[in-house]
Each structure stands twice: as structure tokens, then as C-alpha cells.
Design a protein around this ligand. Structure first.
Ligand SMILES: Cc1cc2nc3c(=O)[nH]c(=O)nc-3n(C[C@H](O)[C@H](O)[C@H](O)COP(=O)(O)O)c2cc1C
Length: 220
């Protein structure tokens, strides 16, 4: 039995393959509250270790807060450039890697390890599963946004200390993802970093092993 029609499956794969990280081409149109709520609700239905739902979504519209975050980006971008050799350094500096001020809304997705804790089923041996759960929520958000034609860009060239201060996070809460959301002029067919020749997409067969690390082809 398959509960999904071919059309429904096509819709899912279309969303997955046409999702992009968007940093430019944001338009001014606001995201209606009901659309934003649908996107956040999709994120909120992600899997989570022990059903701990350890995420929160902080919606940031304030220009002052965004400016603080943008200043952190500017600083961290230069710091990171110092770690790259030429000609990669100049190429890195030529890339647009954030849409903090030009997107409709910023969303910080956080991890709260105290939620339903301290005993959470499945988190004892691998504590990182808490943060993994938040990343699952981010991916749901990203896909739902794509289905709604809302672009999302993840900005990680940031100081978490600045985020903590700007957003008033308690010390036990971890900022996991800083996202810029908004309607866009277009979604690129391929990742920007592929388009600009930064990196190629790997072939699927190059990332699949069988039974043991690096074992290929399939011995069966
Ligand atoms: C954890 C994480 C952090 C990222 N940080 C940034 C970032 O700081 N700036 C940026 O432009 N893109 C960032 N990206 C987006 C990636 O560059 C992008 O996903 C990748 O190039 C593939 O492109 P696609 O998402 O359009 O398929 C990040 C993505 C992830 C998953």
C-alpha cells in the first residue's frame, strides 16, 4: 500500500530538489502570518530525540537587532578570510553569503537542553542528538518554506556570543541556526556555490559505502 499518489510524491521531490540556500534577490513583500505559521508548524513537527522538541523559534524583525547581527557577520567574514589562501580568499570575499537586512524576517532556531529534561530518551549516550533534532526542524522549515515559495538562507558566519547578547538567550540555550526568510525573485537551479565554481556536487556513488567504511562496490 502506498498512501502517496505519484503527484504527491512528485511534489515532495520537487520541493527537495528545488530548495536552495538564498542570500540575494529578496523582494520587499512581507510573509503573511498564516504562511509563516505554516512554515514554523512544519518545523515544529520534525522528529526529536525522546520527543523532547528542544527548539524555539525567535522571529526577528527589528532593524536594530538585525544590524547587530550583520555587524557580527562582517567581522566574522573577515576573520574567516584570514584562514584562506589566495586565490580562494578573494573568491570567498566576493561571495554574497547573507541576507540579514534585505530579507523579510530573520529566525533564530535555538536548542534548549533543559526542555523535558534532564532525562530524555535517546540522548544519554549521544548528547549531540539534541542539536541534531533542532537541525531536523530547520530542514523541515527550509522545505516547507520552499513549497510556499519563501526563500531561506542559513547564516553561520556569526559569533554565537553576539547572538546570545542580541537575543537575550539564557546561557544554557544554544543558537543553532540563524535564518533569513523572504519571498525572492527566483530560486536558482543549482547551489550558488556550485554556480560560482566554488565546489562541485559529488556523485551519489562516491558517497555511498557498503557494510564498512570505504567499501565499494556492494559485495552482495
Ligand atoms: C549548517 C549550515 C550553515 C550554512 N551557513 C551559511 C552561511 O553562513 N552563508 C551562506 O551563504 N550559506 C550558508 N549555508 C548554505 C550552504 O552554503 C548551502 O546549503 C550549500 O552551498 C548548498 O546549496 P543549497 O542549499 O542551495 O542546495 C549553510 C548551510 C548549512 C547547512
Amino acid at each position: 500500500m502506498n498512501e502517496f499518489s505519484d503527484e504527491e510524491k512528485d511534489g515532495l521531490y520537487k520541493t527537495i530538489f528545488s530548495r536552495r540556500d538564498v542570500r540575494s534577490g529578496f523582494v520587499k513583500t512581507a510573509i503573511p502570518d498564516e504562511v509563516l505559521t505554516k512554515i514554523l508548524n512544519a518545523a515544529h513537527h520534525a522528529p526529536s530525540v525522546g520527543f523532547s522538541q528542544p527548539w524555539n523559534f525567535i522571529l526577528i524583525r527589528s532593524a536594530a537587532t538585525r544590524s547587530m547581527v550583520k555587524a557580527s557577520f562582517d567581522e566574522e567574514r573577515i576573520l574567516a578570510a584570514g584562514r584562506a589562501e589566495e586565490p580562494r580568499r578573494s573568491k570567498y570575499l566576493s561571495l554574497k553569503l547573507e541576507g540579514i537586512m534585505d530579507s523579510a524576517v530573520n529566525v533564530c532556531v535555538t536548542y534548549d537542553p533543559t526542555k523535558f529534561g534532564p532525562f530524555v530518551i535517546g540522548r544519554n549516550s549521544i548528547p549531540e542528538t539534541g542539536v541534531y533534532s533542532v537541525c531536523c526542524a530547520v530542514q523541515n522549515l527550509w522545505l516547507a518554506a520552499r513549497a510556499e515559495s519563501v526563500g531561506v538562507g542559513w547564516v553561520s558566519i556569526l559569533s554565537n556570543d553576539t547572538l546570545r547578547e542580541a537575543l537575550g538567550l539564557p546561557s544554557h540555550v544554544v543558537p543553532v541556526a540563524y535564518l533569513c526568510l523572504g519571498y525572492v525573485k527566483k530560486f536558482s537551479k543549482r547551489p550558488d556555490l556550485e554556480e560560482t565554481g566554488w565546489l562541485p556536487r559529488l556523485n551519489l556513488e562516491d558517497v555511498v559505502y557498503y557494510e564498512r567504511w570505504e567499501q565499494r562496490p556492494d559485495p552482495q
